[in-house]
Design a protein around this ligand. Structure first.
Ligand code: ATP
Ligand code: MG
Length: 1042
């Protein structure tokens, strides 16, 4: 829903028409009546206390406001909280939420709403939830100890609170720091009728069970305690007992130990009981009035709770030790002084306890300094107060409100207008009241009321509240915002309402008359040292820690800073803190004085609206611009929306902004270009920009995401690849190493076996198991020896003796045969060696004969023992025959008588045959005539019968002269010898072996033609070497022979 749609009155008073006090008030009234309690003035939220629970704070509202921009929904405190939180998160700007307004206008409620909104929208998680819980639970604890019922507000904050909530960069709360400002401690001992003391006292008495009350030595009855106002002990709609349980629970959540809680309650009980301590008059011996405690029982109970001696406590309450550099003087206090001391003690204990609790909470919620954090400060400080009787407390409270108003003026009205002028934006100045002069009146370091109060407190001599007033009258007699009887008199004014001991300040929110009574005391805020020393000595650990100055070692005579100065300093720190942050304002308005729902007192609201400067605020806002930003920052934020400014703009920032906004075609009325800043008139335009930026960022983020994911996947892949390679290389390496190891181990094993085997073999002889082999070898050798020796004696003597002794064992058979062969060969060699050359020749011939005829011719075996004679014709004795040999070369190798078979008739004719080295010579039987001379080169072949007979054919070469007549068919009784010698002669001469064919049928060539000779074995010529030939046909000759 938009701001204007269905709205009651005007949601943003910037749009109010006509604009004046009356219309502003009417608008607020109208909206209030329709339960629209929130109204905007630009980005300031005006909140009117409804004094009733409205159904506008549920989770559904939180969700809604989370989704929308500030102006898009009805005005709400959630919208402001959302704006602040988003700005903190997105713009990284620390925020502060300033909640101002009168007492009872709803500041504390507003601060709680802001906190709960932030807690609800920020991230969830176990850690974050616990931090959130701790931060939220600090509220009930601080309210119990720091709030009280006043006539204006049933739950009035009697202290100022500024809470810094600290967030991480994501916007999750990390923790926080609470600063408390000046607790109204006088309330502990005194409060006006109809008001109450701090809630915790009533909560304790109502909520504690009997056992706890007994332990604390308390009565349940409120009327038993003089510090508690019996008549107004109950507040409508407030359940003290339930609240007590809630407080205890909250303390547990924050992290208080049960022991700590118990100690805190004990201190509360002590304070309550101190109120019951009655002081009576007592005159001392010297007549000086003194005092004493009347009710010993109460004192005893207190000292028991404190862990102190009764006497010590009584002494501390009723006397005072004055200490100078030289001496110590103890004076007794009179009754009034003792009562004062008692109340001062109660007030101090309580206010210190309160500060201790705040510190203790801080300890638990604090964030380590190293963490980078963003901060959202929430200020809920006591509202402006105008009571019937205003004292020092009201003075400082109102001073604080003046300062806050100054922040508001500075940051909204003054600064804004100054900025327009500075930036050169056309501007008509709007008047407003600047309260700087009032602030100065109070806080000026020399001429300010607080400075003078301090001066009065420190000044030696007689000083009193009235001397202080006199001084003020003197200094401010002409001050426009200061009044008193004296100044009035001087100006001849008559004002009966002005008390004698009073002064009046015209605050921005109205005139307030302060009674100076008690100003000095309260500013001094002194606690007699006797009391602080007594309490430091107590055995109660918490109580003792509250009074560190009671430690005699720490005792210093230097005065602590006054309450006024302390307050002023802490406010100055606060201001500095606020100025450093982006402010968000909630202006709370109280609709009536009676805390009643639906009642709108125009007069009361008007006063508030006036002093809050709402009208001026609207005016400035209306004439001004909703948003401004330095060009550079603006360009940085929105440059992604322009074509020419994204991704880079290199020119001056202002030009970039002009270009950007030109491209977005925004109306020129909406924009103003200042010297250093761009101004945007309506929030609508800003939201338009923001929305566009949001969409654009979405696109850009998607792009970045895309790139990032790609990159991540790539690097991841590369990493995985690298890892895979590494793993596989290691794996392979490892595998090879293992394999190598196995091979090595196997090699070593084999080596070991081989070496072992070798060594065993080598040394087997030394083993008993090797003895058998040894023995068997020995026996075997012996046997061989015996065999060989036996053989030696039985060797055959003759070469032809073929006998040989048999082997004694089967295993020697082979060796025996070998030996036999060797022996025979050796014997043969010996025989050969002793032969004469002639004999050697003879044997050579015999050997040749054997090679040629052994096993082939039947007559061969007979020829073996018969020596070759060569000459069978007695060549020596017959010179005629010797003549024949001249037909051939050299000596006669063989001379024999042979028969030549005629081809024609087969008859045999005797012939003498001489064989020389180169010829075969045939002559007639008488040897007188050479018939044929056959050169050995002409003899081609010899055919010979295998039988006993001596027939052989000499086949001659046809080309030789002798051969042309034909072959010879001869018969010799010494055919073996003859053919052997012929063979050798041919070999010697021709260097070729003569082919000798042993056959029974062969062909002889003659001039007349070939003749086939067929040898037929016959028995006819048995016993003689005779043979008969029979011609068969023309070409065949049958030879019958043995
Ligand atoms: N938004 C609201 N809805 C309902 N009730 C509210 C709201 N704001 C305030 N109230 C009522 O008004 C009372 C007073 O409000 P609150 O305590 O916040 O005032 P205050 O400005 O803090 O006053 P003081 O300055 O005294 O502390 C609350 O107790 C509550 O009953
Ligand atoms: Mg409050």
């Amino acid at each position: 829903m938009s701001l204007l749609e269905g709205s009651v009155g005007v949601g943003d008073m910037v749009l109010l028409e006509p604009l004046n006090e009356e219309s502003l008030l009417k608008n607020l009234d109208k909206r209030f009546q329709h339960k629209e309690i929130y109204t905007y003035i630009g980005n300031v939220v005006v909140s009117v206390n409804p004094y009733q629970q409205l159904p506008i704070y549920g989770p559904e509202f939180i969700d809604k406001y989370k989704e929308y921009n500030f102006y898009e929904l009805k005005p709400h405190i959630y919208a402001l909280a959302n704006e602040a939180y988003q700005s903190l998160k997105d713009h990284d700007r620390d925020q502060c939420i300033l909640i101002t307004g009168e007492s009872g206008s709803g500041k504390t409620e507003a601060s709680k709403l802001v906190m709960s909104y932030v807690a609800a929208v920020c991230e969830k998680g176990e850690q974050v939830n616990s931090v959130k819980e701790q931060l939220l639970q600090s509220n009930p604890v601080l309210e119990a100890f720091g709030n009280a019922k006043t006539i204006r507000n049933d739950n009035s904050s009697r202290f100022g609170k500024y809470m810094d909530i600290e967030f991480d960069f994501k916007g999750s709360p990390l923790g926080g720091v609470i600063t408390n400002y000046l607790l109204e401690k006088s309330r502990v001992v005194k409060h006006v009728k109809g008001e109450r003391n701090f809630h915790i006292f009533y909560q304790l008495l109502e909520g504690a069970d009997a056992q706890l009350l007994k332990a604390l030595k308390l009565e349940k009855n409120v009327s038993c305690y003089s510090y508690l106002n019996f008549e107004a002990s109950r507040v409508d709609g407030m359940d003290d007992a339930a609240n007590f349980r809630a407080v205890q629970n909250a303390m547990n959540i924050i992290g208080f130990s049960s022991e700590e809680i118990q100690k805190i309650l004990e201190v509360i009980a002590i304070v309550l009981k101190l109120g019951n301590v009655e002081v009576g008059d007592e005159f001392q011996a010297n007549g000086v009035p003194g005092s004493s405690i009347q009710n010993e029982k109460v004192l005893k109970e207190i000292s028991d709770l404190m862990g102190l001696q009764v006497e010590g406590l009584e002494r501390a309450l009723c006397s005072r030790t004055m200490e100078t550099k030289q001496e110590k003087v103890v004076t007794t206090l009179n009754k009034i002084q003792a009562c004062y001391a008692r109340d001062a003690l109660a007030k101090n204990i309580y206010s210190r306890l309160f500060s201790w609790i705040v510190n203790r909470i801080n300890e638990n919620i604090k964030v380590s300094d190293s963490t980078k954090k963003k901060v959202m400060g929430v200020l809920d400080i006591y509202g402006f107060e105008i009571l019937e009787n205003n004292s020092f407390e009201q003075f400082v409270i109102n001073y604080c409100n003046e300062k806050l108003q100054q922040v508001f003026i500075e940051m909204t009205l003054k600064e804004e207008q100054e900025e327009y002028l500075k930036e050169g934006i056309p501007w008509v100045k709007i008047d407003y009241f600047d309260n700087g002069i009032i602030c100065n009146l109070i806080e000026h370091h020399q001429q300010g009321i607080l400075a003078m109060l301090d001066e009065e407190c420190l000044r030696p001599g007689v000083v009193s509240d009235s001397t202080f007033l006199a001084k003020l009258n003197q200094v401010f007699c002409k001050h426009n915002y200061y009044e008193s009887r004296v100044t009035q008199n001087a100006q001849r004014q008559h004002d009966p309402s002005m008390g004698l001991s009073c002064f009046r300040i015209r605050h921005y929110a109205g005139k307030v008359m302060y009674n100076v009574d008690g100003f000095l005391d309260k500013n001094n805020d002194l606690l007699f040292r006797d009391l602080s020393q007594a309490l430091w000595a107590s055995k109660h650990s918490l109580l003792r820690s509250l009074f560190p100055e009671g430690d005699p070692k720490q005792a210093s005579l230097k005065r602590p800073p006054t309450a006024g100065t302390q307050f002023k300093n802490s406010i100055a720190t606060l201001m500095k803190n606020l100025y450093s942050k982006n402010p968000n304002y909630i202006r709370c308005i109280k609709p009536n004085e009676h805390q009643q729902r639906g009642l709108f007192s125009s007069e009361l609201v008007n006063t508030q609206a006036r002093y809050l400067g709402l009208l001026e605020n609207v005016r400035v806002r209306r004439a001004g611009y909703a948003y401004r930003q330095v060009y550079g920052v603006f360009l940085e934020r929105y440059r992604m929306l322009g074509q020419s400014t994204w991704p880079h703009w290199r020119g001056p920032a202002r030009e970039g902004v002009e270009k950007l906004l030109g491209e977005l075609s925004l109306s020129s009325e909406e924009l103003a270009f200042g010297r250093t800043k761009i101004f945007i008139r309506s929030p609508k335009t800003l939201f338009y920009l923001e929305e566009k930026r949001r969409i654009r960022i979405h696109q850009l983020v998607t792009l970045v995401q895309k790139m990032y994911r790609g990159w991540r996947c790539r690097t991841n892949y590369q990493l995985m690849r690298k890892s895979q390679i590494l793993i596989s290389s290691w794996f392979r390496g490892n595998m090879q190493k293992k394999r190598y190891g196995k091979i090595k181990a196997s090699t070593l094993l084999i080596q070991a076996f081989v070496r072992g085997w070798k060594t065993r073999k080598e040394y087997r002889k030394y083993f008993r198991s090797g003895a058998a082999l040894h023995l068997s070898n020995f026996i075997y050798r012996r046997m061989a020896q015996r065999f060989l020796l036996g053989l030696k004696d039985n060797l055959p003597t003759k070469i032809t003796d073929n006998r040989w002794p048999p082997p004694p064992y089967k295993s020697f058979t082979l060796a025996n045969q070998e030996l036999k062969i060797i022996y025979h060969q050796w014997k043969c060699k010996k025989y050969r060696d002793q032969l004469s050359p002639q004999k050697r020749e003879v044997l050579k011939d015999k050997l040749c004969a054997s090679e040629l005829f052994k096993g082939k011719k039947a007559s061969y075996p007979e020829s073996v023992p018969v020596p070759f004679r060569g000459d069978y014709v007695m060549l020596h004795g017959k010179p005629k025959l010797q003549q024949l040999q001249k037909a051939g070369d050299g000596p006669v190798l063989m001379a024999d008588t042979v028969n030549k078979i005629n081809r024609a008739d087969g008859k045999m004719v005797p012939r003498i045959l001489l064989l020389t080295k180169s010829h075969v010579i045939l002559a007639d039987a008488k040897g007188s005539k050479v018939k044929s001379v056959i050169g050995l080169e002409s003899v081609d072949e010899v055919s010979v019968s295998s039988l006993q007979n001596g027939l052989f054919g000499l086949h001659l070469s046809e080309i030789s002269s002798v051969g042309s007549k034909g072959d010879f068919l001869l018969v010799s009784e010494h055919a073996i010898e003859l053919l052997t010698k012929l063979y050798q002669a041919t070999l010697d001469k021709m260097k070729r072996p003569l082919p000798i064919t042993v056959t029974e049928e062969f062909t002889v060539k003659f001039k007349e033609g070939d003749l086939t000779v067929k040898v037929i074995q016959s028995q006819m010529n048995k016993g003689s070497n005779k043979l008969s030939c029979k011609k068969k046909g023309h070409n065949q000759l049958e030879v019958f022979a043995q």
